[in-house]
Ligand binder design. Structure first.
Ligand code: ARG
Length: 465
């Protein structure tokens, strides 16, 4: 193997077991594009302040390009004796370009990896934004087609009140839009350049941190460079890792709740939704089965994402400042959170693309007149009955309908007038679901005009790539 870059004070190299134990290149090699980007900017800065000649800088930058090209073409041999992505690239570069022995001037792997990861987070947040856009677009399309499909809304998993399927889907859209905002905020907090912090205490060399930050696009809205303000925090801080994993986990909580609704709706007992063949699977034993596996896996993966947040927080909470090698373990959970979030959002979009509500089953379920018992309370309130009294009266009617084994709306006028003289012949008009929804047209309510307005708003405002 190659000689470790830090080998000067050692008389023997690490044990083979230690090499296998301590390497991270098996999982951090994917940082190569960001590592090269960071090194090119660092080299440019070193030339800018006169530490590198223009010739050395250009040779280093060209060399970095060829190394990255080879990595991306699969023509690069990663070597665990070089520990991580940073040293693998630097050693190979130095083999190709001798001037690269000066590249690590005024830099440590501690500020280097912090920089790589901040570049990664900006990239990852943008990718997730696009994936969320696709999921939102699929939800919006189904919602637009489902404005006149009514189904029971539930509390305690008990039928509560009727809503349109579109209103139900719009609830998910709100959640995913908040996720989108969260990822945008995380990208903004990632947008500070740690380079120049060194290992912990900066450097005595005359570097220009703002120059590097500008090169790497760590800039505010006005284009001013953003550099981290404390060298110790910059190399020890893992807030972004935790925030990013948390945002993925919370997004997972959202798609998992969607999944749970869909799994219930897809059961024979509910039958509210039909799922596409392309995102369901069969049973190896029972020929009749069509299982909602995509949604079950979405629910399962959400748990895995929560584990990543726990791992990152537990890893960080007891660490003395500043860098400790424990922190190398910060990457697998973050990368997995990213990869799983990307594929989950794509699967969510794909599963909704071919899904459709089963109108008849929804109509049958929503025709349960008890769903409008609350509207019947309002009927009495409008006729001057105090709410608490009205609630009691309708409760008595529900009891009577159960006793008579009749649906609520099939009680006779004499029956209901026997409970309250405020009932008139028009009392049965309450049991009309579309009419009940038309009375709910204040902001945020499930009235058809409200729903249409929300759909139009999202259609216009979401950047649905
Ligand atoms: N591979 C290391 C990590 O991910 C890079 C930083 C190493 N720094 C050090 N002082 N050993 O944490």
């Amino acid at each position: 193997g190659k000689q470790a870059t830090w080998g000067g004070r050692f008389s023997s190299g690490p044990a083979e077991l230690m090499q296998r134990f301590s390497e991270s290149v098996s999982f951090d090699a994917r940082l190569a594009p960001f590592d090269v980007q960071g090194s090119k900017a660092h080299a440019a800065m070193l030339a800018h302040v006169g530490i590198l000649t223009a010739k050395e800088c250009s040779a280093i930058q060209k060399g970095l390009d060829t190394v990255l090209k080879d990595i991306q073409a699969g023509n690069f041999t990663w070597d665990i004796t070089c520990e991580d992505v940073h040293m693998n690239i630097e050693q190979e570069l130095t083999r190709r370009v001798p001037a690269a022995a000066k590249l690590h001037t005024a830099r440590s792997r501690n500020d280097q990896v912090a920089t790589d990861m901040r570049l990664f987070f900006k990239h990852a947040c943008a990718e997730i934004d696009t994936a969320l856009g696709m999921a939102l677009s699929a939800l919006l399309t189904l919602a637009e087609a489902s404005q006149e499909i009514y189904l029971p809304g539930y509390t305690h998993l008990q039928r509560a009140q009727p809503v349109s399927a579109a209103h139900h889907l719009l609830a998910y859209i709100e959640m995913f839009v908040r996720d989108r905002e969260r990822f945008a905020q995380i990208a903004d907090r990632a947008n500070w350049c740690p380079l120049g912090s060194g290992a912990i205490a900066g450097t005595t060399l005359p570097i220009d941190r703002e120059f590097t930050a500008l090169q790497l696009g760590f800039v505010d809205k006005k284009g001013k460079p953003r550099v981290t303000r404390n060298s110790m925090d910059a190399v020890a801080d893992r807030d972004l890792f935790i925030e990013f994993a948390s945002a993925c986990a919370l997004c997972g909580v959202h798609w998992s709740r969607v999944a749970e609704d869909v799994i219930l709706w897809n059961s024979a007992e509910f039958g509210f939704i039909k799922l596409p063949d392309s995102f369901t699977t069969g049973s190896s034993l029972m020929p009749q089965k069509k299982n909602p596996d995509s949604f079950e896996l979405l629910r399962g993966k959400a748990a895995r994402l929560q584990g990543h947040v726990t791992a990152l927080m537990a890893m960080t909470k007891g660490l003395p400042l500043t860098y400790n090698r424990d922190l190398q373990e910060d990457k697998p959970p973050v990368f997995d959170a990213f990869d799983q979030t990307m594929i989950c959002l794509a699967v969510l979009a794909g599963s909704f693309d071919g899904a459709a509500f089963n109108e008849e089953k929804c109509a049958a379920a929503v025709s349960d007149p008890a769903l409008l018992a609350t509207d019947l309370v309002d009927y009495l309130v409008v006729r001057g009955v105090a709410f608490r009294d009205a609630h009691h009266i309708i409760g008595a009617l529900v009891g009577l309908s159960e006793k008579k084994k009749l649906p609520l709306n099939e009680l006779s006028l004499a029956d209901v007038q026997g409970v309250s003289d405020k009932f008139a012949a028009d009392w049965v008009d309450v049991f009309n679901v579309p009419a009940a929804l038309k009375k709910r047209e204040k902001t945020g309510m499930p009235g058809p005009r409200q729903v249409k307005k929300q759909l139009a708003k999202w259609k216009a405002s979401l950047r649905l790539d």
